[in-house]
Each structure stands twice: as C-alpha cells, then as structure tokens.
Design a binder for this molecule. Structure first.
Ligand SMILES: Cc1cc2nc3c(=O)[nH]c(=O)nc-3n(C[C@H](O)[C@H](O)[C@H](O)COP(=O)(O)O)c2cc1C
Length: 232
C-alpha cells in the first residue's frame, strides 16, 4: 500500500519527489494519497442480487397431506412478520409436497430443532414426503395439534401452531402468513420467567449460498437497553 502511494506521488508530484529533496519532501502528499487509497479499499464490494441475509433460521414445517399422512420439510426462508396478531411468514416452492398440504389444510406448524437434531432437519430438506415417510425414516414422533390441522414433531423443543391467514405469490416461492394460535414448549427450555431461553433451545442457523449450519453464539447484551448510551 505504502509503495503504491509512493508511485502515485511520483506520478502526480514529480517535481517534488524526483529531486534531491526526496527524503525531505513533504510526506503529507504521500499520506494524503494513501488515505484516499485506504478509503477505496474500504468501499463495499457488490455481490449482486442474491438471498444473502444472516442469520436465516432452520425451521421444520409440519403438515398433513390429503390422506392425513404427516409430513415435515425444512425451510430457511421465514421469519416473524407481525406482532398483533402474532404471525410468522414461511416461503415454499410449489414443487414441494408441503405446499399442496398447506393449501389444502390452511394450517402448519413451525418446529424449531435443537443442534442435536441438525441431521434430521437436513434430511427433512433433502427428500420429499411424496416419496418417503420422513417420520418413519427418522423415528421422530408426529403429534396431532389440538388447535390447528397440522402435526408437530414431539422431540423438537419449541412449536408454533399456525393457521394460514394470507398467501402471497412472490415468484419461485409462495409466502404463507400463519397466525400463531399457540406456542408449545418443552419445560426444559424455559427460563425462570417461563419464557423460552435461546441457550437452552440451541436453535440452528443456516447460511445461504455457503450452505452451512451454525450454532447460536454467546449472550451479547440486553435488547432495548445497550443502545441507550451510544450517542457520541
Ligand atoms: C437448510 C434448508 C433450507 C431450506 N429452505 C427452504 C425454503 O425456505 N423453502 C423451500 O421451498 N424449500 C426449502 N428447502 C428445501 C425443502 O426442504 C425440500 O425441497 C424438501 O424436500 C421439501 O419437502 P416436501 O416435498 O416433503 O415438502 C430447504 C432445505 C434445506 C436443507
């Protein structure tokens, strides 16, 4: 970096730099040019129009098919989308078996797997319920929701039971907005206030494009709080 700054200095200010005064010449020319190049280095690189967002979740969507067979598929394109009524958005391709199930039953569950379930969650995203019984293959247990027309995975620690209230055609994916009618949680993942503790759930993070699974990291600070003193 310093060497390239010197070359540019010589090109721009030859009378100063190519002289006996080289070693004494005002170094601010060089510093000024280096500063410009540092800024250039720090400019963002365009990666194009891609689904690069971090983190994305690893969720397992539970549905019944027209014959009442329970199915599960993995999704990463999802997130909370309304507080009142409490809603979650999930995006599915029409080609999936689950898509037809949701259209038919107007209901689904969102099952949050723990780190220990990473293999099963990946499998649920590799094969289709059209061809395989994913519950039978993994030995996991489908439980019929008592509140919506969909099954959930008993072994997963946190479940959202959802009723479809909106469907949005986007492109390759169709977004289903599910109103969260109830949340079911294992006692073991609740904190002293009775709320789910992320460090006990140990949910999985998915990274688009690089396609890898990650663990959730350490506690960083209290939300709606640590920002109070940052004004300079
Ligand atoms: C980590 C991961 C994330 C995925 N996210 C989505 C998603 O958001 N939407 C989607 O349509 N398919 C997604 N898939 C692919 C489906 O899970 C896959 O097509 C599955 O076989 C569909 O199952 P089904 O045909 O039984 O419904 C994902 C797969 C993996 C492994």
């Amino acid at each position: 970096m310093f060497a390239s700054g010197i070359i540019i200095s010589v090109l721009l200010y030859p009378e100063v730099c190519i002289s006996d005064e080289w070693y004494n010449c005002d170094r601010s020319y060089v510093q000024w040019i280096n500063m410009g190049m540092d800024l250039e280095d720090k400019m963002k690189k365009s990666l194009g129009s891609k689904t690069l967002l971090y983190p994305t979740p690893v969720w397992v969507v539970g549905t019944y098919d027209k014959d009442g067979k329970p199915n599960v598929m993995t999704i990463a394109w999802g997130g909370i989308c309304c507080s009142q009524p409490p809603c979650v958005a999930i995006s599915l391709r029409k080609a999936t078996y689950s898509y037809g199930n949701i259209v038919e039953r107007k209901a689904f569950t969102v099952n949050i797997p723990s780190e220990v379930h990473a293999g099963q969650a990946d499998y649920f995203g590799l094969v289709s319920g059209k061809n395989e019984d994913k519950f039978a293959a993994t030995g996991l247990t489908p439980i019929k929701s008592d509140i919506v027309d969909a099954p959930y995975v008993n072994e997963f620690p946190l479940i959202l039971e959802c009723r479809v209230i909106h469907t949005l055609e986007i492109g390759l994916h169709t977004q289903f907005i599910g109103e969260i009618i109830d949340v079911k949680a294992d006692e073991s993942i609740l904190n002293e206030k009775g709320l789910p503790d992320i460090e006990k759930i140990k949910p999985i993070i998915f990274t688009p494009e690089t396609r890898s699974y990650h663990k959730v990291g350490a506690y960083l600070g209290a939300a709606f709080s640590i920002g109070r003193n940052v004004r300079q």
